[in-house]
Design a protein around this ligand. Structure first.
Ligand SMILES: [Zn+2]
Length: 312
């Protein structure tokens, strides 16, 4: 073998290594703490959805359980994608009315698995009122007690039920490892109250929809949420981040990188959002907070690893 051949080979190898290192360096490290990957919309191409998420920088995804069926299915998915997918198990307030005697025992069995990293989504939703308020409260409290018993964090859903949620959590907060309000859509005052209780707030593409003067955009702009209390999530297939929303401020629109927009525009729609939209969401959150996107990505990933113990 001629020396120059060897040289050209090793130069090529070096080039390849440096390209992949560069990609690695340029890419975010993000954790999506809420994606409904058990939704039938992913039935045909979940492999590609997860691969795209990883390519975009979303290294780990928590698959949300909202019923017994989806909680079981979410746990099953973690076994197919170990180290990438983690699951939660809970009964969504919409489904509270379906709760029967055996539910608690079944939930406990699911939550006891190490891959199941939180109890939830659970909580209160007075906006849609799919289940009577009294039943919602009762079913929620049972799940809070389960989280205390098993020492797992809570992944909370709340709409128009801020005070009632706080009242229940106040009783248990000292016995819970962490409380996370997923897809926070409330006001500055509500954010303040949650943070005072030591809770974490999850942000989604909802910030593209927010039109209020005192909602999530204001909360971010005013720097009300310290970076060590913030988490990010897509809530896929819901909460598509519409970066074309007319009221999105110019500096936020301009903060979006070509790379993130490519993933968003190529693969995500109103009908089916995907975890690979998370880099775009992080860039918008960071722009509202006037911080570098890398800083928000890293801080939120660190929080997710710490709270939910996403090891391996
Ligand atoms: Zn929810």
């Amino acid at each position: 073998m001629a020396t120059n051949e060897l040289d050209s080979d090793s130069t090529k190898t070096l080039e390849n290594v440096s390209v992949s290192m560069q990609q690695c360096y340029e890419n975010y490290i993000i954790v999506d703490i809420g994606a409904n990957l058990t939704n039938k919309k992913y039935g045909r191409d979940l492999d590609s959805v997860i691969q795209r998420a990883k390519d975009s920088g979303v290294q780990k995804i928590m698959v949300t359980g909202t019923s017994l069926r989806t909680s079981r299915e979410a746990l099953r998915l973690t076994r197919i994608y170990p180290g990438t997918l983690y699951s939660t198990a809970g009964i969504h307030p919409h489904d509270a009315k379906s709760w029967t005697e055996g539910y608690l025992e079944e939930l406990r069995e699911i939550v006891m698995n190490p891959e199941c990293v939180a109890v939830g989504e659970c909580g209160l939703d007075y906006n849609r009122d799919f289940s009577p308020v009294d039943i919602q409260k009762e079913v929620f409290e049972k799940q809070v007690q389960l989280a205390c018993e098993l020492g797992k964090p809570l992944l909370l859903h709340e709409r128009d039920a801020h005070q009632d949620l706080l009242d229940i959590l106040k009783i248990y907060k000292d016995h819970l490892p962490a409380m996370v309000v997923h897809c926070f859509t409330g006001t500055s005052e509500q954010a303040h109250n949650y943070l005072q209780m030591g809770m974490y707030l999850g942000m989604t593409g909802y910030l593209c929809k927010d039109r209020s003067d005192n909602g999530v955009r204001k909360v971010l702009e005013d720097g009300l949420i310290p970076l060590d209390r913030l988490l990010v999530e897509t809530d896929s297939p819901f909460m598509y981040p519409n970066t074309r929303a007319s009221k999105l401020p110019t500096h936020v629109r301009e903060a979006l990188t070509e790379r993130s927009l490519t993933f968003l525009q190529r693969y995500c729609t109103f009908q089916r959002n995907e975890p690979c939209s998370l880099p775009a969401i992080v860039e918008m959150i960071a722009a509202f907070m006037k911080k570098p996107a890398e800083e928000v990505a890293l801080a939120t990933a660190f929080n997710a690893l710490k709270i939910f113990g996403l090891s391996q």
